[in-house]
Design a protein around this ligand. Structure first.
Ligand code: NAI
Ligand SMILES: O=C(O)C1=N[C@H](C(=O)O)C[C@H](O)C1
Length: 249
């Protein structure tokens, strides 16, 4: 392997993809060799060592499979990777050339990764928990991948601690005002002009509340994490979910 990592970006015209192209061009140890967006022939992926994929939930699995089939490791930021999609991907990676790695990260911002970890740690101490995620109105998926992952981590920690359902007397909710339930955790999605990506985890106990909040004010907040993924994905063969596994968290 040479020192410079050749990187192609799929979804390169999008909000995230274009920011990633700039970050790859600016970093001293990466070279941008391909930009692909909807309708483009992925061809030989520009001869990339690593592909970064930020497209849409319904297209991401096919894009990632294309790379994996060719033994090209992928850093995936696109959301929507539920357990059944992950299972299919794991089977594809098993058939791929040895050493192929895929990193699927619902959120690359260090603060968001810490927020999820803190929420997971705190979950067993509180009877009540709710998640509020707030994003720009251009976002196509709800709840956010970060909120879904946080709810999974918190829900699993609650189960392990023997906590039951969150206390909630609601019996009449004709408009769905109590939000969605993900792994038993109420999740509320806000879409508002001016926002980028924000989340609060509210934990409530008798006479107290703990609020864990993270804000991404700019998409540059995701770039150190994306580059960390690019630099390390080939040393992590197979499928890894969450950048925390590369950070020793
Ligand atoms: N993991 C993370 O840290 C973050 C993840 N995201 C996720 O990244 C994804 C993209 O977000 P944005 O950039 O804001 O969306 P966007 O809508 O600005 O960009 C998506 C791009 O993908 C392209 N595209 C659509 N279908 C395609 C296909 N079949 N092949 C190649 N390109 C295709 C679109 O033309 C567009 O240019 C979303 O799933 C979002 O939730 C967003 C921010 C951070
Ligand atoms: O679409 C976005 O913008 C974001 N998507 C990811 C998600 O769904 O969690 C990460 C971050 O919240 C920004």
């Amino acid at each position: 392997m040479s020192d410079t990592i050749k990187v192609s970006v799929i979804g390169a015209s999008g909000r995230m993809g274009s920011t990633v192209c700039q970050a790859v061009e600016d970093a001293p140890d990466t070279e941008l060799v391909g930009r692909y967006d909807v309708g483009d022939d992925l061809g030989d992926l520009g001869g990339a060592d690593v592909v970064v994929e930020f497209s849409v939930p319904d297209s991401s699995p096919a894009n990632v499979a294309y790379c994996v089939d060719r033994g090209v490791s992928v850093v995936v930021g696109t959301t929507g990777w539920d357990e059944s999609r992950l299972e299919t991907l794991r089977a594809q990676v098993e058939q791929a050339p040895e050493g192929t790695g895929v990193l699927i990260a619902p959120n690359f911002a260090i603060g968001a990764i810490l927020m999820m970890s803190f929420a997971q740690q705190a979950a067993r101490f509180y009877e009540s928990v709710e998640i509020i995620e707030l994003h720009h109105p251009g976002k196509v998926d709800a709840p956010s991948g970060t909120a879904a992952r946080t709810a999974d981590l918190v829900g699993a920690a609650r189960e392990e601690a023997g906590l039951g359902d969150v206390p909630d007397a609601t019996t009449h909710d004709p408009h769905g005002a109590r939000g969605a339930r993900v792994h038993g955790v109420p999740v509320h999605s806000v879409r508002l002009l001016g926002l980028v990506a924000h989340q609060e985890v509210l934990l409530g106990g008798e006479g107290e509340q703990l609020t864990i909040r993270h804000d991404s004010f700019d998409r540059v907040s995701f770039m150190p994490g994306v580059l960390e993924g690019v630099r390390n994905v080939r040393q992590h063969p197979g499928v890894t979910v969450g950048l925390e596994h590369y950070l020793g968290l």
